[in-house]
Design a protein around this ligand. Sequence first.
Ligand code: SF4
Length: 438
Amino acid sequence: MRLTRKSDTVETKTTSGLGLNRRQFLKSASLATGGIAAASMLGAGMMRKAEAKDVPHNAPTEVKRTICSHCSVGCGIYAEVQNGVWTGQEPAFDHPFNQGGHCAKGAALREHGHGEKRLKYPMKLEGGKWKRLSWEQAINEVGDKMESIRQESDPDSVYFMGSAKFSNEQAYMYRKLAAMWGTNNVDHSARICHSTTVAGVANTWGYGAQTNSFNDIRNSKCMMFIGSNPCEAHPVAMQHILIGKERGAKIIVVDPRFTRTAAKSDEYVHIRPGTDIPFIYGLLWHIFENGWQDDSFISQRVYGMERIQEEVKKYTPEEVENIAGVPKAQMYRVAKMMAETKPGTIVWCMGGTQHHIGNANTRAYCILQLALGNMGIEGGGTNIFRGHDNVQGATDFGLLFDNLPGYYGLTSGAWTIGQMYGISNQAGLKIVLTKVNT
Ligand code: SF4
């Protein structure tokens, strides 16, 4: 079977009642390009086929503003384009995060397009050798294979794996592709990095996102890094951290490894892997024991802190030293430093999230900030350094099996009532449902 062309009249089985036959559907969704974008669903000119071109060195240069797609700092870039080819780049001096800075990963960004190891065409492994295919051939082969899988089994036999490297639009389209195919088996790479954060933070604040911004960290007077090593993983963010340090901020690094970030710290806390919660509760033990909590903030803004206080009583300095391996004197010192040096921020990354209790870890970090009254202020907050450049966007746009775009639930009741009240997240929805039910 060949791709449906203008002259083709062959109709195969329609997909999800959309009036598209299966070939049109797959072609529309550019499935063979790794599900990257629904090319023909986008307007003319928004997507075009990549072509290698010769560039005369004296060709006029256009400068286009873009963003580094390596990590979540999202540094601004001025890309130099000649004859349609990205030939050079400069870090953006007027970007609030990188302010003209770049790291080695960002400086190598053009390798995505020009690297000799980059996959430029569809390839197929045949008899142990890679063979180049045309796009038409690739789409036909993948389409036929998917069609036969679907007929032998059902739509749920296919799993659509997206990426936090997708743009918002690509994430949304890929989610739609899975839904139109007829399955909810769809996810993206943040499942193993920050899905624990999204759930933990959403259950605390009502929305699963970083609360402040990279450049706000310079306003902090005390920064605690737990499971985060920005010196190596988010290098340009480090400039804001070091500016904060130059302004007198204290730096606490909590990590089983002595990292390059730890080398810049005032306190390096060497915890045992996986003991984040006993460590945080051990700090809270000192905070409550010494009355260092922010009572007015807690009474105005926090529900249930008295239950945490009860739980925290179990985490005595002796118990925490036994579990986490942190000496009693250091626990006291760190708790006092955080209580006396405000505003303070907590930064975490995959060292805190990639655990079977990652969700509970992220909630514990938030609880510590609530006890100290460090939320909703400049230099405070929970700053969550993601791995890829669009973990947040891909998640917000519903490239997940457990949510629809905008965090609507999967049941029709969830999104219809949410729409009615203009509420799009689960926590907001619970409040509305409680009101409706009472
Ligand atoms: S810090 Fe991140 S976003 Fe900035 S240049 Fe480096 S890899 Fe790119």
